[in-house]
Design a protein. Structure first.
Length: 87
């Protein structure tokens, strides 16, 4: 799996949900293509690739949790402000 480094991501901290979906979609596509070959052939590099794929999935999950936590904090802040205005 290769990730296009020419994308408009300035740094890893600039990744949003759309970027995460793009990376995970590419991962799913690569895995789907590998499994759906007429002749599935394991290669010597598969074991290493599987380990890195698992690591990538864990990183995507962690990043997604952080994005979600940030969004929840934003919602909480906005809700607190609305409640103050209503008093």
């Amino acid at each position: 799996m290769t990730i296009d480094s020419s994308s408009n991501i300035k740094s890893i901290t600039d990744m949003d949900r759309q970027c995460l979906l793009s990376v995970s979609s590419k991962l799913i596509e690569d895995l789907h293509n590998k499994v759906n070959l007429k002749r599935f052939r394991a290669s010597q590099d598969d074991e290493v690739k599987i380990k890195f794929t698992r690591l990538l999935i864990q990183a995507l999950e962690a990043h997604n949790r952080m994005l979600r936590d940030g969004e929840l904090e934003d919602i909480k802040t906005r809700l607190d402000e609305l409640e103050k205005e209503m008093r």
